[in-house]
Ligand binder design. Structure first.
Ligand SMILES: Cc1cc2nc3c(=O)[nH]c(=O)nc-3n(C[C@H](O)[C@H](O)[C@H](O)COP(=O)(O)OP(=O)(O)OC[C@H]3O[C@@H](n4cnc5c(N)ncnc54)[C@H](O)[C@@H]3O)c2cc1C
Length: 372
């Protein structure tokens, strides 16, 4: 029997795996894909989590992470505003970052298997985790780190999957000229596009779009030309870069609805617990930080002797809400502002008059460096 089974090996699952196995627990991580893999993501990571990564003995800069401390925002019509990022961040591909954590977890003694988890049952104070090949694994604790939306969410009958979400996202890596220390967010009809450098001089471009607007064009290339390139900055950018991927990666059904932090005694981490709008640029930071909160509480709980598991569950839910609720709320508010171009145009005018306000708004969706 394992101490902990972690379902899903993205950033949240892997960070929990590294942390818990570092402290000597018997941990199994089940991930449906192979490592390394490209993932749809903006790949700009807030510096918030650097102290925690250091605690996990991971240094992204050794693997070519690029420091980023400038932010530029443009409206559909091409008006721009820029600022220094209060805390700054770095660019590293998910291909590299997930892989780094994967190898660290393995070297800490965590067992990682490729498997699709089909179901999780909580019986007699322990978990039975069942894979699609019929394998069964037993554990004292289960961590759900299966991302934004998984078949498991339907099995667990989670509320947020009952509503369809109108968002899809597209990502591709490119070669071409772009300022290294900058993350840019360019608006277009029904969405926004993040641009920043990652390791090896590669440029990552990732956009979130309203599926209803996308449907009118039905094709990534036409959508790029007819919608994204209406923003003059995106038009100029796409004219000077070359894609590296044979074709872009896509995902759909991205939901920003509220989720339960604990479902059927499974402790949710990362996007499985809640997802912030990507325009805030700190979903990865939150995923990793949620692992820090959960792993720390879990280890403390185990060290404190026999208490009811509900004590751990409510402590985790409280701490999660205390740390992230304000950011999620701010993210939703800013997103509403972004989706109304007239409001954004007017807001940008006001921000130009009061330049100190933009860093203050950015701070609402970020915390301070995570203490360890
Ligand atoms: C368009 C877009 C742009 C973004 N840009 C940024 C950005 O620039 N900066 C930032 O900080 N954040 C960004 N984010 C957010 C960030 O990508 C997520 O918050 C982060 O990936 C969450 O990590 P996670 O580990 O929770 O989920 P994931 O990384 O999605 O990992 C979940 C894992 O679970 C596995 N899994 C799922 N179901 C099962 C199953 N049944 N069995 C086994 N394995 C399973 C999946 O294969 C996956 O590997 C962006 C998100 C989107 C959509």
């Amino acid at each position: 029997m394992y101490d902990v089974v972690i379902i899903g090996g993205g950033l949240a699952g892997l960070a929990n795996a590294v942390h818990l196995s570092q402290s000597g627990l018997k941990v199994l991580l089940l991930e449906k894909n192979n490592y390394p893999q490209h993932k749809v993501c903006g790949e700009y990571i807030s510096n918030e989590i650097l102290p925690y990564l250091e605690y996990l003995e991971i240094n992204p800069f050794v693997f070519g992470a690029v420091s980023i401390d400038k932010f530029l925002l443009s409206t559909q019509k091409g008006k721009i505003i820029s600022t220094r990022l209060p805390l700054g961040g770095f660019g590293l591909s998910r291909y590299a970052l997930d892989n780094l954590l994967y190898h660290k977890a393995l070297s800490n003694g965590c067992i990682i298997k490729k498997a699709i988890v089909e179901n999780v049952h909580f019986i007699d104070d322990r978990f039975k985790v069942v894979t699609n090949e019929g394998n069964e694994y037993f554990s004292k604790f289960a961590i759900g780190a299966f991302g934004k939306r998984s078949k498991l969410d339907f099995k667990l009958d989670r509320n947020f999957v009952k509503n369809k979400s109108p968002f899809l996202a597209v990502k591709c890596h490119y070669l071409g000229d772009f300022q290294k220390d900058l993350v840019a967010l360019h608006n277009f009809e029904g969405g926004y596009c993040g641009v920043s450098k990652v390791e090896n001089e590669v440029l990552n471009i990732c956009y979130l779009a309203d599926a209803n607007v996308f449907k009118r064009y039905g094709n990534i290339e036409i959508f790029r030309q007819e919608v994204l390139c209406k923003n003059p900055h995106l038009k100029a950018l796409f004219s000077r870069i070359e894609p590296i991927f044979a074709k872009p990666l896509t995902i759909s059904q991205i939901s920003f609805s509220e989720k339960e932090i604990v479902a059927d005694h499974i402790l949710m981490s990362g996007d499985s617990a809640g997802m912030v709008h990507p325009l805030c640029g700190n979903g990865m930071g939150m995923a990793i930080q949620s692992a820090k909160i959960l792993s720390t509480l879990l280890i403390d709980y185990l060290n404190s002797g026999k208490q009811k598991r509900e004590v751990l569950e409510s402590a985790y839910a409280n701490e999660w809400n205390k740390t992230f609720q304000k950011r999620l709320w701010a993210g939703r508010f800013i997103n509403r502002f972004f989706s109304n171009q007239n409001m954004l145009d007017r807001g940008l005018g006001a921000l130009r008059l009061f330049p100190f306000a933009l860093p203050l708004i950015i701070k609402q969706t970020h915390g301070t460096k995570v203490s360890v």
